[in-house]
Write a protein that binds this ligand. Structure first.
Ligand code: FES
Length: 196
């Protein structure tokens, strides 16, 4: 039916008591043209489809916002600590010939077996972090990157490096292996010798 007053279309053949749109009496109704009836019938489906997409759109938005928030929080609590270990077991005392500088690649450090015990010094240049090389002929550490040079006791004497090389703490593990600590909790003096 169609209301002649406001053109409101209603599905069905029966005249309602009043037009739900404008309140017109039953006499204002007439049979609606077929194409208008079909359009009116299609409308609820279109509305529900719109509602469906709107609902799922909101769900998607809320889910992605929640995932982003969870990801941001997880960022502050990583499962894995990517820092390299500070302590390295480097071998048994007899593996180190007396008087030699033995390079330990994993720790980027030299272990030196002196007559009274063991010493260890970092091989990380204090300029930009290249690995310094022990040069036995002149008893110095040389950096291949920008030419910094250090004496045998780690004192910088040439090149752009701003500081001396750092001495590392040495200890003995329960299994008898020499351990070097690349992040010693205290400053190790160049003269300090670990009597293992
Ligand atoms: S990194 Fe060693 S001198 Fe630059």
């Amino acid at each position: 039916m169609r209301c002649r007053i406001c053109n409101h279309i209603m599905i069905g053949e029966e005249r309602p008591e009043r037009c739900p749109n404008c309140g017109a009496p039953p006499s204002a109704f007439e049979p609606a043209p077929r194409e208008l009836l079909l359009a009116a019938e299609a409308q609820p489906a279109a509305l529900s489809r719109r509602k469906f997409f709107a609902t799922w759109g909101w769900w998607g938005f809320c889910m992605s916002a929640a995932m982003t928030a969870i990801g941001s929080v997880r960022y502050f609590f990583p499962n894995v600590l990517y820092e390299p270990p500070a302590k390295y077991k480097v071998g048994f005392p007899n593996d180190f010939p007396i008087g030699e500088h033995v390079f330990i690649p994993a720790a980027r450090a030299y272990v030196i077996h002196v007559s009274g015990g063991f010493k260890a010094i970092t091989a990380i240049c204090t300029h930009l972090g290249c690995t310094v090389k022990w040069t036995p002929d002149v008893q110095e550490f040389h950096c291949p990157c920008h030419g910094s040079m250090y004496r045998a006791d780690g004192t910088r004497f040439a090149g752009p490096a701003p500081r001396n090389l750092i001495w590392l703490a040495v200890s003995l593990a329960p299994d008898g292996q020499v351990v070097i600590d690349t992040k010693p909790p205290r400053l190790v003096e160049p003269t300090e010798v670990f009597k293992g």
